[in-house]
Design a binder for this molecule. Structure first.
Ligand code: PHE
Length: 342
């Protein structure tokens, strides 16, 4: 039995010293400490030993067990750190101090991300629509189930023109016109610049970009929404990314959600860009409210649909590891022209 204990210890040492990811570590834990694990077996077999042997062996096995537990616990920490570091490093390098070549123009990072997302949705059968930045109250609010004096308007204070028109606060302002233009079934995305009366900080700007998407057809459900969002995000980041859905309230969707992705800048640790939460709110979404479909002239007995309002600015920050949203509107070519070849 003593020999067996030694052998198990040796095997454990060689495995734990070379383990590289959390799945493999979990396998090791099961292999040694699980219900049918090797250390568990040793303890089970102890009952066949004589009383004297039990004393000695029992102590040794328990020491081994504690050793295995401690090693696993410290390795979990090590691996978690390494995995987080990998995540942070996988955000494309962005370094304002790098020398840049001004002899050639370059696309703005938001343009690059916008084109990439457009391409992805285009291949999934969505049309790409344009809509003015100056809109009226009906399109921006009323047609979206936000009547005058509705408290939801407070979240979207913006800049008004003297003639009563306003700078659009969200791309949803185009929903009604697009529904009226095409009717159902319908798949469309519509990117645009949006404006809000915001105090600026590392993650808020008064001018930012969104990309709205709507899909209306028979039998459209939340599963369709999740499928399209996951497919798109995995394409943009070239890997499966973590998302979570939380309930969210918007008068024009029911049910409504907030789709978050794990912050790629800090890898979920918490940093100013994600308000120390480890998650970045990327995409509010939900099933289009029947009132909104009706305002858009869609037959609600036959059709349902989903809508999402992707934060393009935030997506660009995530993709390129841009820590401060204000860099994007800064006009600072030293930062902006780094994206030419990406
Ligand atoms: N228009 C909303 C906003 O900007 C986002 C949204 C779009 C929510 C589509 C749900 C569905 O706050």
């Amino acid at each position: 039995m003593q020999e067996k204990i030694l052998k198990i210890k040796e095997e454990f040492e060689s495995l734990i010293n070379t383990v590289e990811n959390s799945e493999a570590l979990e396998q090791i834990r099961i292999n040694f400490l699980g219900k049918k694990g090797q250390v568990t077996d040793l303890l089970k077999n102890l009952k066949n030993a004589s009383n004297d042997e039990k004393k000695v062996l029992g102590k040794e096995i328990n020491l081994l067990k504690r050793h295995v537990e401690e090693q696993i616990a410290s390795t979990v920490e090590k691996i978690k750190k390494a995995e987080e570091e990998k995540l942070v490093n996988s955000a494309t390098k962005y370094d304002v101090s790098l020398p840049v070549d001004f002899s050639q123009g370059s696309f703005h990072p938001i343009t690059l991300v916008q084109r990439e997302v457009e391409e992805i949705f285009y291949t999934m059968g969505f049309t790409i629509e344009d809509f003015p930045e100056v809109v009226d109250d009906y399109n921006c609010f009323e047609a979206l189930n936000i009547p005058k004096h509705h408290p939801a308007r407070d979240m979207q204070d913006t800049y008004y023109l003297e003639n009563g028109q306003l700078l659009k606060t969200h791309t949803s302002a185009a929903q009604n016109s697009i529904m009226r233009k095409y009717g159902a079934p319908l798949r469309a995305i519509f990117p645009s610049r949006c404006f809000r009366n915001e105090s600026t900080d590392a993650c808020h700007e008064n001018t930012f970009f969104q990309m709205e998407g709507i899909m209306i057809d028979e039998n459209i459900s939340i599963s369709n929404l999740i499928y399209f969002m996951k497919t798109m995000l995995s394409e943009v980041f070239h890997k499966d990314i973590n998302v979570r859905l939380r309930p969210g309230f918007f008068p024009f969707v029911e049910p409504g959600f907030e789709l978050d992705i794990s912050c790629l800048i800090c890898g979920g640790e918490g940093c100013p860009s994600c308000k120390n939460s480890g998650w970045l709110e990327l995409c509010p979404c939900g099933m289009i409210h029947p009132n909104v479909l009706k305002y858009g002239g869609i037959d609600t007995d036959k059709y349902t649909g989903f809508a999402f309002g992707l934060g393009l600015t935030r997506l660009a920050m995530m993709k390129y590891g841009i820590k401060d949203i204000r860099d994007l509107n800064s006009g600072n070519l030293k930062s902006l022209s780094q994206f030419k070849n990406k």
